[in-house]
Design a protein around this ligand. Structure first.
Ligand code: PBG
Length: 329
């Protein structure tokens, strides 16, 4: 029955009514906090293009981990920044590699914190690509073996969940097989299944020193123009054994996120609000051009509304620190 009997404004009249009919609420329990761990000691430096986000050496990691625990955030995802790199990214699978050391350290200090390890070679290769190079391309199948080895070493260090972000074909199956054979059939895989070749990763590549030295990642990451391909990538990774699939970036790809959510009803979907998304909001807020807190809440709410069960975001702690009513609760 239309106007005048239907008046949707009735349920928007007071904040109490709006709270009662609010459909989507982001909770700190939905969030995963990315941490950058650098080799060396005494390092705790802010990333210039990502204000509020730090790179820390293990001896200075305590502050970061305590803040995550205090905020009630259940999980971190670790990115390693090694001192030296080589052609095959051997720092990624070294037993005393930076991520392996960090996992052991965190698990000792905070066993209840879920530790996810990003699995990729780009932070460890001197050419900055996500796999080993053959001619002018990344050799898919040779890379799989190094990824399997890296995943095993991360699991052995105590990682609860492995998150392959390299976009090689067949990596989920190969990593699952390696984990199972190595006695880690209990460790989960969160696949960066739908990962676009995006310009929004710029600040991350500064932070992780992982920009490719030549070319770009378009021969393995997805074309931003493609939607059907997202369903194909997610389907393959689920078939190969992924426990959670991710869409990345988040805000520019909410249509894709919604579709993946609707299509794959039976497993959790994650979305990554990436470094460029974070940097843009922070830059505008610092200029006084937008209300940073409100844009943060609105963007995270939109990502959840579009279908994300889990959100990887550099805002995790800032969001969790808000009063419940600022988050709409
Ligand atoms: C590693 C990796 C990247 C990100 C997460 N894992 C960079 C890339 O693919 O170039 C991006 C995260 C961000 O921008 O916040 N492959």
């Amino acid at each position: 029955m239309p106007f005048p009997s239907q008046r949707p404004r009735r349920l928007r009249r007071t904040s109490g009514l709006r709270r009662m009919v609010r459909e989507t609420l982001v909770s700190p329990a939905d969030l995963i906090d990315p941490l950058f761990v650098v080799e060396g000691s005494g390092i705790h430096e802010e990333i210039s293009s990502m204000p509020g986000v730090f790179r820390a050496s293990i001896d200075r990691l305590g502050r970061e981990v305590d803040a995550v625990l205090q905020a009630g955030i259940p999980a971190v995802i670790l990115f390693g920044v090694p001192e030296s790199k080589d052609g095959v990214g051997s720092g990624a699978y070294a037993e005393d590699g930076i991520v392996q050391q960090a996992v052991r350290w965190i698990k000792q200090r905070a066993p209840e914190l879920t530790v996810i390890t990003d699995l990729c070679l780009c932070e460890y290769t001197d050419h900055g690509h996500c796999g080993v190079i053959a001619g002018d391309t990344v050799d898919n199948d040779a890379t799989l073996e190094l990824l399997a080895r890296t995943a095993l070493s991360q699991a052995a260090a105590g990682a609860d969940m492995i998150a392959p972000s390299d976009m090689m074909d067949g990596r989920i199956g190969r990593v699952r097989e390696a984990l199972d054979e190595g006695g880690f059939s209990d460790r989960a895989i969160m696949s960066y299944a739908v990962k676009y070749a995006s310009a929004f990763y710029g600040p991350f590549r500064d932070a992780a020193e992982s920009a490719p030295a030549f070319g770009d990642r378009r021969a393995y990451q997805m074309d931003p123009a493609n939607r059907r391909e997202a369903l194909k990538e997610a389907a393959l990774d689920i078939e190969e054994g992924a426990d959670i699939v991710m869409v990345k970036p988040a805000l520019p790809y909410l249509d894709v996120l919604r579709e993946v959510r609707d299509y794959f009803g039976d497993l959790p979907i994650a979305a990554y609000q990436v470094s460029g998304e974070y940097a843009m909001i922070q830059a505008a807020a610092r200029n006084g051009w937008v209300d940073g807190t409100r844009v943060m809440v609105e963007s995270l709410t939109a990502i959840k509304r579009a279908g994300a069960d889990l959100i990887l975001t550099y805002f995790a702690r800032q969001f969790a620190a808000l009063a419940p009513e600022q988050r709409g609760a």
